[in-house]
Design a protein around this ligand. Structure first.
Ligand SMILES: [Fe+2]
Length: 322
């Protein structure tokens, strides 16, 4: 859907989705299932939609009322289907004809997507499979069985827009990436990604207002819902060097997704602050909003709420200047 921003000329009586128009629609490549998705990528000219092999079984979904299935019961992991990448022109709604595919992986969040030298760079927090969907069932949490095996990692795919070339040839020409795109006999372009940093965190955020759809360097993440190296931590990742910086105070603190706020008038990518709501489950503790310097990833200040108020760690957040 296309949802234009409110402007002086927008009819005032139209609210929310009343202003939306359909840009395009896409049928599932499967017969009775369609791909689960949580987010998509956007570049200057394209929308990137992943058809990933975690499939919603529509027959089970229809029967869920009678059979008592929950949504998870209706999802099926089918890695043989691989992951399909669809690029759709933002102006015309037309999908480009090239078929892009990679080995199966699962994701919730696209980090950023941009065009560079005739290629689309797609950065995604990718899991090896969809086991993460089962990790937070209450029976697992209560039994202390948080599964640490299925972790997300910064994963970069590069999709060439020009696909003339020989079979078996790598069509990626960007110098600083290890990601490849190999033309197969079937005409499919098979994508092999590269990863940056180490796995085990989620909730990627960037300097969105200045670098969304543009080449960028820094990503911020949160390991609150993980159990490994980055549990209770916040992360800054330099996607050029792969260097990671972590913030962690105690095992009782659960920081939320970071929200980036640029310094007014700034031009540098990390010249700004980061905000995170932190829940502290220690006895007699006070929860707080933490303000960090995005450049050195150190705390600048914390704003406490009264002890009687607990702030559950939020999944997604937003900053609004009033
Ligand atoms: Fe999300």
């Amino acid at each position: 859907m296309k949802l234009p921003p409110l402007s002086e000329t927008s009819p005032k009586q139209l609210k929310g989705f009343e202003r939306a128009t359909i840009l395009t629609s896409k049928s599932s490549s499967q017969k009775t299932t369609y791909s689960y998705y949580h987010s998509f990528g956007v570049t200057e000219h394209y929308v990137l939609f992943l058809e990933q092999p975690l499939l919603v079984n529509t027959v089970k979904m229809a029967a869920s009322g009678i059979k008592g299935y929950c949504v998870r019961d209706c999802l099926e992991w089918n890695p043989a289907m691989k992951t399909k990448f669809h690029l759709i022109n933002r102006s015309t709604g037309q999908e480009i004809k090239t078929k892009f595919q990679s080995d199966a992986f699962f994701c919730f969040h696209h980090i950023n997507t941009y065009e560079e030298e005739g290629q689309v760079v797609a950065d995604i927090m990718a899991y090896p499979n969809s086991e993460v969907m089962d990790k937070f069932f209450l029976k697992e949490v209560r039994a202390g069985r948080l599964n640490d095996s299925c972790k997300a990692i910064f994963t970069r795919f590069v999709l060439p827009l020009k696909t003339e070339g020989r079979i078996g040839e790598n069509l990626v020409t960007l110098k600083e990436t290890q990601a490849t795109a190999i033309k197969e006999e079937t005409g499919i372009i098979f994508l092999i990604p590269e990863t940056k940093g180490r796995a085990g965190y989620e909730m990627p955020t960037i300097n969105y207002s200045m670098f969304n759809t543009r080449k960028y360097r820094y990503m911020y993440g949160c390991g609150s819902f993980d159990t490994g190296e980055f549990a209770h931590s916040l992360i800054k990742l330099d996607n050029v060097t792969g260097e990671m910086t972590a913030w962690k105070e105690t095992d009782t603190m659960y920081p939320s997704e970071l929200v980036y706020v640029p310094r007014p008038g700034s031009s540098e990518e990390d010249d700004g602050i980061l905000l995170s709501v932190v829940l502290d489950v220690a006895d007699n503790s006070q929860d707080f909003l933490m303000v960090m310097d995005a450049k050195n990833f150190k705390e600048l200040a914390r704003v406490f709420v009264p002890r009687s108020v607990k702030l559950p760690p939020s999944v997604h957040g937003r900053f609004r200047m009033d």
